[in-house]
Each structure stands twice: as C-alpha cells, then as structure tokens.
Design a protein around this ligand. Structure first.
Ligand SMILES: Nc1ncnc2c1ncn2[C@@H]1O[C@H](COP(=O)(O)OP(=O)(O)O)[C@@H](O)[C@H]1O
Ligand SMILES: [Mg+2]
Ligand SMILES: [Zn+2]
Ligand SMILES: [Zn+2]
Length: 305
C-alpha cells in the first residue's frame, strides 16, 4: 500500500486537509511529494525587453490586490531602476536595504530569502529591494533563484518579481523560478517585437517553460466591435503568431488614474466616493480578473485596495 503523504510545511495528509480548507476555502493538492498547494508560494514574474510597457505598475496593482485579499505577498525588485522599491519602501526601510537586498540574498545559495525581505508601507507586502550591486552578479547561475525560492514556502502565498527591461541571467533566474511569466505589451510594434523575441528565447533557454503569457496594457473596449483598426490588428497578430494572450478580461485599460495610484498613493475602487481612492471599474475589474488567474480558490477581494 502507498504510504500516506504529508506536507512538510503544514503537515496536512491525504486524509486530513482541514487546515488548508480553513485557509483557502478549497482542499489542497500535491505539488511535490511532500508539499501541498496551500503551502507553495506562487511565483509570478513581469518581464519584457522593452521598457515602459507597464511591468512595474501592474506588479504594484497586483500586489495591492493580493494583499487586500489576505494573501501574504513578497515582492522582488530585480530592476536597477528600483521603481518597485521606491513605491513600497519608507525612508526607514531604505536604510535597511543597504544590507538587505536581492544581490546580497543571491550571493550565497544557502541564504534564506525571507531574511532579506523588509516590511513595506502596505500591510501584507514585504519586499526584497534592488541594488546597483546586482550588476556584479552577471555570472550567477541561472537556476540559483529557483533553488532558493523554496525558502519562501509556508511564509508567502505569492511572490512577484519585477524584472528590468533586458534579457540577461538575472531575468533568466526570475523566469526559471516562476510559475507564471507575464509580458505586458502596449499596442505598438516594438512591444510586439519584444514579445516575439521572448517566444523564441524562452523555450530555448528555460527548461520546462510554463505559463508564459502576453498581457495587453492599454486595451480600449470602444474598439471591440470594429472589424479593423490598430487594436484589433495587433490582437489578430498575437493570435496568428500563436503568442499566448491572457484572457481578454485581464487586459488593462489605459487610464491616467494609474498615476494617482502609483505617484500619489491613492487606492483603487469599484465604488464611487471612497476616500483616498480613485474610482475606475474597468481597471479594478481587470486587476481582479488577473489576480484570479493565479489561484484555484476564489479570492475575496474588497471593493477598494
Ligand atoms: N494602463 C496604464 N494606463 C496609463 N498609464 C500607464 C498604464 N500602464 C503603464 N502606464 C504608464 O507607462 C509608464 C511605464 O510604466 P512602467 O510600469 O514603469 O513600465 P515598465 O516597468 O515596463 O518599464 C508609466 O509612466 C506609467 O504611468
Ligand atoms: Mg519597471
Ligand atoms: Zn501544506
Ligand atoms: Zn491540505
């Protein structure tokens, strides 16, 4: 008879998964012989060789959404530009990132990634900051982060990696470590070229590439019905070339409100009149639909996050 399996983190077994059901509302499944899905950290990376396609902004919105839904979130900023770290860190925490950052974390494979995370101004979100010293890790083995990601299991439900607009061993580390790799694209040819580039190099460089998706940023519902036009032409191009698009419900509208959220630290709401929040149903819905793609269970997302 097959021996009963047991999760090394929460201890749930084939016969008793009550704690997972309590935590997520659904029974877990086995992701490794001794690890249940409720304890595994879901790793999502945002990456594109083109800058300005929305990687960092979408990472911020998604992190806020997950945290509001009660998920414990770890952000990894791997862009020298530091934008994600700027958004989430208070001045006091910046001080600490001189010692606690992604280059220090990756410098020794025996490190526990959790030890390099600092709490952010958003409840439920911790962050491993970027640093200029990341540039010294050009020879880092491409699977180091993948091997180290296990240190997050049981501590974080989801880890979001914001990548720099390039393709190097740091980006390959992120993709190797990810369950999902998302490439946001604008409705322009340079974005398409960047996505097309990934469709060629990722299968070549990543052993067992799974769940790579192109996410349209700047979708305009008004052009949905028209037979031609730039938006439809681009969508058709992605479909014809079989570049995998995320579901249409997850495509983000282009809205200046995103600046109020990111630059002025306002929240996003699906209800009018919420204090300190911007009201944008389409953006709210797209972020919620995107967040839902990464979990089996139904997320309990509040009306404002
Ligand atoms: N959906 C959107 N609506 C409006 N502006 C957006 C949207 N997504 C991104 N932007 C703007 O595009 C710029 C680049 O976004 P950013 O997230 O920094 O891109 P990346 O991280 O890919 O370089 C920012 O100025 C941001 O405000
Ligand atoms: Mg960025
Ligand atoms: Zn478990
Ligand atoms: Zn379980």
């Amino acid at each position: 008879m097959q021996e009963k399996r047991k999760c090394r983190v929460c201890g749930c077994t084939d016969g008793d998964c009550r704690r997972c059901v309590e935590k997520t509302g659904v029974p877990c499944h086995w992701v490794e012989d001794d690890l249940c899905s409720a304890c595994k950290t879901t790793v999502i990376s945002f990456t594109s060789i083109k800058g300005g396609t929305g990687k960092t902004h979408i990472a911020i919105l998604l992190a806020k959404c997950f945290a509001a839904a009660g998920k414990k979130v770890l952000l990894i900023d791997s862009d020298l530009n530091n934008s994600l770290s700027y958004f989430f860190l208070t001045e006091e925490m910046w001080e600490r990132t001189k010692k606690l950052n992604i280059a220090k974390a990756l410098s020794d494979e025996k490190n526990n990634l959790c030890d390099f995370a600092v709490p952010t101004s958003t409840e439920g979100v911790d962050l491993i900051a970027s640093t200029p010293y990341l540039a010294d890790l050009r020879t880092l083995n491409e699977k180091r982060l993948k091997r180290m990601i296990r240190t997050l299991y049981g501590n974080y439900d989801v880890c979001i990696i914001d990548c720099p607009p390039t393709y190097d061993n740091i980006v390959i580390n992120a993709v190797n470590a990810s369950d999902y790799t998302i490439t946001p694209v604008l409705k322009d040819l340079f974005s398409y070229n960047a996505a097309e580039f990934f469709s060629r190099v990722l299968p070549r460089d990543i052993e067992d590439i799974k769940n790579w998706f192109v996410l349209i940023n700047g979708y305009d519902k008004r052009f949905e019905e028209s037979k031609s036009g730039r938006q439809n032409d681009f969508i058709k191009l992605y479909q014809e070339k079989e570049l995998p698009l995320t579901p249409a419900e997850t495509w983000l509208p282009w809205t200046s409100m995103i600046h109020l959220i990111v630059d002025y630290h306002k929240n996003l709401s699906c209800k009018k009149g919420v204090q300190n929040a911007v009201y944008n149903q389409d953006l709210y819905k797209a972020v919620c639909e995107l967040a839902a793609c990464f979990f089996d269970e139904e997320l309990q997302i509040p009306e404002v996050f």
